[in-house]
Design a protein around this ligand. Structure first.
Ligand code: MF3
Ligand code: CO
Ligand code: CO
Length: 270
């Protein structure tokens, strides 16, 4: 089998073939299923390391491999980002406390195809302000996905997200973005979660990429801690993120990482 079929745009964005959607769907479904399964374990007193051990085991049991173990030296099957951690939180032995909100991000490889998705969870009781942050972040992702169709641009996606989030008086993180993926983890383009309508590369059927907005209650600036991974809000405000892997279809988007159990949002209503 040819490893990389299809052609490439001038911007270096791969145009996949119709048959490639099935591979992405299979990978995305396993990543989403694992995020469904871990939901029950998110409890006060549980450690993020325990959640990651469960995820690592399920990745193997489901016949997939982790894309993050060994990626640039990263050693875990998930990133778990609690409260003011924006992304790339490293699982460890810190216990979850009542009211903590956390993003769990899993990327698996199935038959060479990558499935990358993340969503928000809560330990114990959800505060009103956390609930609002999670709701706005989820809706921002879905508005971004609604802008996905051939002929629209990547700037249209960023604009849809940014204008919505800022209209809710929250801020969009600029320091991290979504990315092309397929038979590689991170590929062109950078999918910005802010921008101007009509700018950037034009979307074409067969493009595969993630949209993964990070939204802060305070200011958008972040910094990376001394562990070289953990990104936090500079002002210590709460941050949330949701991520789907999508493919551009003839007239819209296919979401590869839909939750098989319908738990993508709101997980706290289970
Ligand atoms: N899954 C993350 C993303 O959405 C990347 C994590 S890389 C890691 O792109 F090494 F930190 F795991
Ligand atoms: Co991603
Ligand atoms: Co991810």
């Amino acid at each position: 089998m040819m490893r990389h079929k299809g052609r490439m745009t001038r911007d270096g964005i791969r145009i996949h073939e119709p048959g490639d959607f099935a591979g992405m769907h299979a990978a995305g479904k396993i990543a989403a299923q694992i995020l469904d399964e871990v939901a029950d374990l998110v409890q006060v007193g549980e450690t993020t390391g325990t959640l990651d051990e469960f995820i690592e085991r399920r990745v193997e049991e489901l016949g997939s491999t982790s894309a993050t173990i060994g990626y640039k030296g990263y050693q875990h099957a998930s990133c778990i980002s609690v409260n003011h951690v924006v992304c790339h939180g490293i699982p460890g032995d810190k216990k979850l406390k009542d009211g903590d909100i956390l993003n769990i991000d899993v990327t698996v490889v199935v038959d060479g195809w990558y499935g990358d998705t993340s969503r928000m969870y809560v330990a114990g009781k959800l505060s009103r302000k956390s609930e609002r942050l999670i709701q706005v972040t989820h809706d921002a992702l879905m508005r971004g996905i609604e802008a996905v169709r051939p002929g629209n641009t990547f700037g249209d996606i960023g604009f849809a997200i940014q204008s919505f989030v800022e209209g809710q008086r929250m801020s969009v993180v600029r320091d991290f973005c979504g990315h092309g993926l397929g038979q590689v983890f991170h590929a062109p383009p950078n999918v910005l979660h802010y921008g101007r309508a009509g700018t950037g590369p034009v979307l074409e059927e067969g493009m595969f990429f993630t949209i993964e907005p990070m939204v802060n209650l305070g200011r958008p600036e972040t910094k990376v801690l001394a562990d070289d991974w953990t990104a936090v809000t500079r002002d210590k405000s709460l941050s949330a993120q949701f991520e789907h892997s999508v493919g551009v279809t003839r007239d819209g988007a296919e979401i590869f990482t839909l939750s098989p159990a319908g738990l993508f949002h709101p997980t706290y209503e289970m």
